[in-house]
Design a protein. Sequence first.
Lengths: 113, 112
Amino acid sequence: DVKVTQSSRYLVKRTGEKVFLECVQDMDHENMFWYRQDPGLGLRLIYFSYDVKMKEKGDIPEGYSVSREKKERFSLILESASTNQTSMYLCASTRSLYNSPLHFGNGTRLTVT
Amino acid sequence: DQQVKQNSPSLSVQEGRISILNCDYTNSMFDYFLWYKKYPAEGPTFLISISSIKDKNEDGRFTVFLNKSAKHLSLHIVPSQPGDSAVYFCAASRYNFNKFYFGSGTKLNVKP
């Protein structure tokens, strides 16, 4: 079974703080993703990476950056946290971008006060 | 611009009966469709998928139907169990494209 592990289940941060969300997968997947989930909006793609050091913006990249220094690890960075970034953050990976499902981690519930 | 839509935010079904969750999409280029189940405070779990060359795919109690002409897919759960109570997301993607588009989810409540 694919295991995608997010380092924190719950985080509380203050406005303006720099926040790091870490994600590790153990299946040697090339592709990794960061989504956020908000009620009524479904899952929205923030960034994805198709290889080490490669990244592409998703639909809502503003206020975020990412880092992929190793194949198994994909980090999401909130440069200066704001209250509108309070959300559930979901990391996912997949073997292939076609006909292969995303496998998700358990999510990080981030609250910015 | 939401390309995948789940128009029913919630659905309530009696245990043992059929649950039917619906999903519509607008992009005719989509050719791979998935359903995920999500419990509170957990990540989505992959349930079942279907490619556009098929119109039906079954896995145990779960069956996904695809109607390409109507740009519609549905997930049938038979028989429904209380443990099926969760939020269900449909998703779509297409060949040589790097995104999965998700619907907004339908919360299923299966009553004992």
